[in-house]
Design a protein around this ligand. Structure first.
Ligand SMILES: Nc1ncnc2c1ncn2[C@@H]1O[C@H](COP(=O)(O)OP(=O)(O)OP(=O)(O)O)[C@@H](O)[C@H]1O
Length: 723
């Protein structure tokens, strides 16, 4: 059987290229994880070109060549080995093989798919990246560490729970083992039983067995529930802690739907684990015990039973494999449906205003249909394959009794032994089926866990690894700083050198897309620089605890989020011990008092989720009040007043200017920042001017050009280089 390309699902919209490359690298036994490739190379906003993919291959010592293929049928007949294909003029997939009638393609978005020659030709965009060979002497740029077994870690922390479940299950199973033996003894010695025991003593004995068995089952269920809650808490809290400690870079290109979907997987994992995994271990032991017992009764009948069990095993194995393949597909479709829904709900206003409902409906319907198809396929698999074992189990007693009667007539064994053998054989089948089911579930678990551990294993730097805390602000400095999202893209910030001292009021201006917001995010520590240094009070920012950074720096984002809390709580977020006077001052300085007066319950009024019951300008004012109330040592504001009227804007900006706190404001409204101590002009990721309004006007550079109302920035860009 030829080696298969293992499917890896892309997590972000534009990473089909690096996902395809990762699949091929793993196929070539250059084991590497997608998350590591993403961290190393980044994902450019428009995705990767074939040239990018070729250079990743090159780094790993894989020689590849781009080729135009006009006749795929004859080409792939000759070159039937995996390669990367350009697909639908916008996507990358992995070609696995050509069977002569079908093309097998592993699509990072959809999984393994077979296409007829016609279908393949419709999708294939005639360009491919073919592999020429691997130079094994080249050291791979990334060494993916072996996945830590997070599951085992969690299980080991609560050993006694796991042990109790195992013990009780063993006892319960032992009862199951004892009953057939007692039955056999009773049937074969029924005359003695009738003589020695009364009916009421039998009833008492049975009652005793009933109560013990019942209590053990209840105990086991209670412990399993405790274990489930413990496990869920551990996995989920681990997940949430990780999410909270991840840098902003992690979230920028990820879909909310996908993240929500992944967080929900913890529940499925917990269910599978607690219901299946522990009992599987015990089932294996008991299957062996039952098997030896069967052999001790009759080798012949055991062999007959084994033939039947062989059928059950084979069908279960096929069932498991088919199930796992379908589960991988199911996960990716569920996550896509989720993504579409979250995008729709989050962007409902835009969707409605541009009338994009049909497009969203169509996307949702497409994914939903494939979700239904998968469910249908799943029940077909269970129906056709899964029921073989059920039916075999059904006829097994008939088979054993029918053939066993010959043994009884020959005197090889007694009726009691036959009855007892029947019970044991049936008991033997139960753990065998559970083991097979668990195997299916474990394969599913692997798929689920893969999705989750991608997040759980992200590298984060916690405050424990940092030592410095500051109470006062001296300066913040960027030194030779570069920032980019992907190795294949031009840096978004290029060689930035900037120092902002005490009490300085600095404005950042420049054309759209010049990197102003990114610069602010780097200054605030939200984005980690690709290279270069950031110093806070002359100490590397890497050494300052994030708690201290957040306490010292207040940030007002371009699109601030308002949460489903009261107006007051929205302002006080993460600020403790705020006096009423301070709160009132922040509310007045940011002109939130005007909003308060309009609300039925004033500051205590509950704001709807996402600030739906507020205007854009009102949300900005709340965000400014939120920043002011913290009494920061440095304020970073990204177009904080873009949605405000001129009167409110002037009022708020004057309050900010009067405030002793140094601040950096990104603004497009040049008239409001004229009186700032410094104006920094950015263009194409570089600082091109730095000075006061008057100096910059005299300079006759980009600032004076924009200030004078010119719109064609390109005219002046060529003439001005970075400072
Ligand atoms: N998540 C991202 N992935 C890749 N590129 C990005 C991402 N976010 C922003 N960029 C790119 O970074 C560049 C700088 O963006 P930034 O938001 O910093 O510009 P800006 O000067 O603040 O623009 P504006 O004035 O329009 O707000 C832009 O070219 C933008 O396309």
């Amino acid at each position: 059987m030829s080696k298969k390309v293992k499917f890896i699902e892309q997590s972000e919209h534009s990473e089909c290229g690096i996902t395809s490359v990762t699949m091929i690298l793993n196929y070539l036994d250059l084991k590497v994880r997608l998350s590591d490739v993403r961290d190393h190379y980044g994902v450019p906003k428009g995705g990767n070109t074939l040239f990018h993919l070729k250079s990743i291959f090159h780094d790993f010592g894989v020689d590849s060549i781009g080729a135009k293929i006009d006749n795929p049928t004859s080409f792939f007949k000759e070159n039937n080995t995996p390669c990367v294909l350009f697909w639908d003029f916008k996507h990358y997939v992995v070609f696995e093989k050509f069977t002569g009638r079908k093309f097998v393609v592993v699509d990072p978005a959809l999984g393994r798919k077979k296409y007829s020659i016609e279908e393949f030709k419709q999708h294939f965009s005639n360009f491919a990246l073919l592999l020429n060979g691997v130079d094994e002497s080249i050291e791979p740029p990334i060494q993916s560490k072996k996945q830590k077994n997070i599951l085992i870690n969690i299980l080991m922390k609560e050993k006694h729970l796991v042990f109790s479940v195992i013990l009780l299950t063993v006892l319960i199973q032992a009862c199951g083992l004892g009953i057939p033996i007692i039955t056999q003894r009773a049937v074969d010695n029924y005359l003695l039983v009738a003589k020695d025991m009364t009916q009421s003593s039998i009833l008492i004995a049975v009652g005793f067995v009933f109560i013990s068995y019942y209590l053990m089952q209840v105990g086991r269920n209670l412990i399993i529930t405790k274990f489930q809650i413990y496990f869920d808490k551990n996995l989920m809290t681990g997940f949430m802690k990780k999410i909270m400690s991840l840098p902003l870079n992690f979230f920028v290109n990820r879909s909310t739907g996908d993240l929500i979907f992944r967080s929900n997987l913890t529940t499925y994992i917990q269910q599978i684990l607690s219901s299946q995994l522990i009992t599987t271990v015990i089932d294996i032991v008991f299957a062996l015990a039952y098997f030896s017992l069967m052999l001790s009764y009759s080798v012949e009948l055991t062999m007959i039973s084994l033939a039947a069990i062989g059928v059950i095993l084979t069908s279960s194995l096929i069932n498991s494999k088919a199930f796992q393949a379908i589960t991988d597909k199911e996960i990716s479709t569920y996550s896509r449906v989720h993504r579409t829904l979250v995008e729709l709900f989050e962007g409902m206003e835009t969707v409605k205003s541009i009338g994009a409902e049909p497009q969203f409906y169509e996307n949702w319907e497409k994914d939903f249909k494939s979700q239904l198809d998968i469910q249908k396929k799943k029940s077909h698999i269970t129906g056709w394959i899964g029921n073989i074992s059920v039916s075999m189990q059904f006829v097994l007693p008939l088979l054993i009794t029918g053939l066993g009667l010959f043994g009884v007539s020959k005197g090889t064994f007694s009726i009691g032994e036959l009855i007892s053998f029947n019970t044991i054989a049936l008991s033997f089948v139960v753990p065998i089926i559970t083991i097979m089911n668990s195997y299916t579930q474990l394969l599913v678990l692997r798929s689920y866990f893969g999705k989750l551990s991608e997040i759980l294993e992200q590298k984060t730097i916690t405050d424990e690894e940092k030592a410095i805390e500051f109470d006062e602000y001296e300066s913040i400095e960027l030194e030779n700083l570069n920032f980019r999202f992907s190795k294949f893209e031009e840096p978004i910030l290029k060689n930035i050198n900037l120092k902002i001292g005490k009490k300085e009021k600095v404005a950042i201006v420049g054309p759209s897309g010049s990197g102003k917001s990114t610069l602010l995010k780097v200054l605030s520590g939200l984005y980690l620089p690709t290279s270069g240094n950031i110093y806070l009070n002359n100490k590397s920012m890497n050494l300052v605890t994030s708690k201290s950074v957040r306490k010292m720096i207040s940030v007002v984002n371009q699109n601030p989020s308002i949460f489903n809390l009261s107006l007051k709580d929205n302002i006080l977020m993460n600020s403790s011990n705020v006096s009423e006077d301070l709160l009132t001052k922040a509310i007045n300085d940011a002109r939130v008092d005007e909003i308060t007066r309009m609300l039925p319950m004033g500051n205590e009024t509950l704001i709807s989720e996402g600030g739906m019951n507020l205007s854009g300008g009102q949300m900005q004012r709340i965000a400014i009040a939120r920043a002011l109330v913290k009494q920061p040592k440095l304020m970073l504001m990204d177009e904080p007043t873009s949605a405000l009227d001129n009167i409110s804007e002037n009022y708020i900006m004057n309050r900010v200017k009067e405030n002793d706190c140094p601040c950096v404001i990104v603004s497009h409204r040049l008239n409001t920042i004229q009186h700032f101590d410094r104006i920094i002009v950015m263009n194409q990721g570089q600082i091109v001017e730095d000075g006061t309004h008057e100096e910059l006007m005299d300079n006759q550079g980009l600032y004076s050009y924009i200030y004078s109302g010119n719109t064609n920035v390109d005219e002046i860009v060529g003439e001005q280089s970075a400072i």
